[in-house]
Design a protein around this ligand. Structure first.
Ligand code: 173
Length: 321
């Protein structure tokens, strides 16, 4: 090669790499939860920070909630690359991978899951089965509860029709309930029409869609731990440059660092708010409570072991207290 040609080739290379460095990428994001929910308000604050600090590098374009993509379709939209980022919970994308729902069973915080190897194990499976990179967990330390329009006085839901997602199916059926699956967006109407006598939901969030108007009782204590996470289409993730990936990871870790205070406060506020709204707490005696909680975890893990014994065992070992 002549010296001029060599120089030209070198200059072209330098230019190309400068262009790659200067590249700003915009990621399209949807949420499986309603836009007016506390979860999404919390997420939006993060997105604003990511965008403010990520100029010239990485931006997130929040498209919207279930009106943009229906709740139970968000997982598949991330898997296939219809969107780049999804904000969802495992129960909403069991159609993509049934193991997603296992994350409700974890008993240690995401900060620990990252240290014990649970996070790596999750990512290995999510990469392989769902074409997703599991970026991190936004919601945790939010136990689920049964909310009812009628009183029960023992750990049984026999004769009651309860709204569920996969989170609650095995547990509520073990308690004798008839179950009907709906996305959150259909709970109010189901209650209003008397189609259901209650529903499963975490400790926080029932006011977002006005369910307190139709709710009279909550069973304590809660069970499992609500998981809501950020998922990235794997091809998109691999296509980001190292600086962009590092930036997204850094921002995710900053968000996770807020989890302990944010979710403990939310539990406190929402519990008080429910009491103020006149929602009465149902508690069983010690034996009843033990039966209730044991049934929850036995039913949850039994299904997990049936669906994918290797992953269930790994997750249980790495995330049990
Ligand atoms: O819709 C639900 O009840 C559900 O599965 C869920 C999961 C995580 C957070 C909130 C709700």
């Amino acid at each position: 090669m002549s010296r001029t040609l060599k120089f030209a080739a070198g200059a072209a290379l330098a230019l190309a790499s400068a262009a790659a460095c200067a590249q700003e990428v915009t990621l399209r994001m949807v949420s499986a939860f309603a836009e007016n929910s506390y979860y999404v308000a919390h997420l939006q604050k993060w997105i604003a920070k990511v965008n403010a600090e990520g100029k010239g590098n990485l931006q997130i374009n929040f498209i919207g909630g279930p009106k943009a993509i229906p709740t139970f379709e968000v997982g598949n939209a991330v898997k296939t690359g219809v969107v780049d980022l999804g904000f969802s919970t495992g129960a909403f994308y069991t159609n993509v991978m049934p193991e997603a729902d296992f994350l409700k069973l974890t008993q240690v915080p995401i900060a620990d899951q990252r240290k014990t190897g649970a996070f790596a194990a999750i990512n290995e499976l999510w990469n392989k089965k769902a074409n997703m990179y599991y970026l991190g967990r936004v919601v945790e330390n939010q136990p689920f509860h049964v909310y009812l329009t009628k009183r029960v006085d023992k750990p049984e839901l026999t004769g009651l029709k309860i709204r569920i997602t996969p989170v609650y199916r095995d547990f509520f059926q073990a308690l004798g309930a008839n179950v009907v699956t709906t996305p959150p967006g259909e709970v109010y109407t189901a209650l209003e029409r008397g189609v259901v006598d209650g529903y499963g939901w975490p400790i926080g969030g029932i006011f977002d869609l006005n369910w307190q108007e139709k709710t009279r009782f909550r069973i304590d204590p809660g069970f499992y731990d609500a998981e809501v996470s950020i998922l990235v289409n794997l091809d998109k993730w691999k296509g980001l440059n190292p600086k962009q990936r590092a930036y997204l990871e850094k921002q995710m870790l900053a968000l996770e660092a807020q989890n302990p205070t944010v979710w403990a406060n939310y539990t406190k506020e929402e519990t008080a708010r429910q009491e103020k709204a006149g929602i009465q707490v149902i508690r069983f005696d010690a034996a009843g409570t033990k039966k209730y909680i044991d049934t929850a975890y036995d039913a949850g893990w039994a299904t997990a072991y049936k669906v994918n014994p290797d992953f269930a065992k790994k997750l249980k070992t790495l995330t049990s207290k």
